[in-house]
Design a protein around this ligand. Sequence first.
Ligand SMILES: Cc1ncc(COP(=O)(O)O)c(C=O)c1O
Length: 305
Amino acid sequence: MSRLVAPDDIETPIGYVDLARVRANARRVADYASKHGLTWRPHIKSHKSLAVARIQLAAGARGLTVATLREAEVMAGVTDDLLMAFPPVGTSKLDRLLALPERVDLKVALDSSRVLAPLADRAASSSRTVGVLVEVDMGLGRVGVQSPEELVALAREASDRRGVAFRGIMFYAGHIRMAQQEQGEHLAEVARRLATALDALERAGLRPEIVSGGSTPTLWQSHLVPGMTEIRSGSCIFFDREALAVGVAREEDLAYTVLATVVSTAVPGRAVVDAGTKALSRESRGGDVHSFLMLEGRGRTPWTG
Ligand SMILES: Cc1ncc(COP(=O)(O)O)c(C=O)c1O
């Protein structure tokens, strides 16, 4: 942003976090969740920072969501309530998972018996019980059981095995990234699939204590999916240009900026900065978000680069 100038003695590129905006974003999300009877268990992948996690917890977040063992080990330093939202596979990962402090109420999301069985055996051998959330595919097509029958079978196995306990279900509707006002039919489809899943569990006598969903593009419409008990919206802590494009954030909510320096203006009409895809990310955001740059005050007008 043009009003931010890196002091001469700071090497760029460097990330700049606006903590006042982080606090305001955390408060708004926590307030929204509590107004709708939801808890907020933010995914920490966007910040991986104890300082930011503390702000989320102080604002009212109920525990944290992580995707890697390293994230779990670090975040256990600030919370006793962790959801590992990625299937832990392999002896080394299971060993690290079971080495997390006993005080941590640990939950793991998974979608197959091949992940569940070794997890249960490893937990039982440590005399520990790990919570299981069965992941359900709601249309993203990445992970998740594909039918109510699979869901019930895996939930039942989690209830029956030593070392694990069935705690509920998890889904991530990461395919819903269109403008907020165009999300209605997609959210209705998620609501329909969730109702079918919950109905199947109820008929099988399996009670999900946790129904975990949510994302940042759908953040303020989470209440349109009945049955959820918690949202894991994560990148909303900083928001980003995709959030602007979707309409879930305003420019003044963006809390993370990369300070860069113009290093060449040799070619007329061009300014080259020291923050390209190697310093940032090659991840494309799709939609009308084509570059990393935004001219302050010019909203969505993209700069190529
Ligand atoms: C399983 C899961 N939950 C939650 C999130 C958070 O999504 P968002 O950053 O859109 O809030 C992600 C993001 O990748 C995810 O993979």
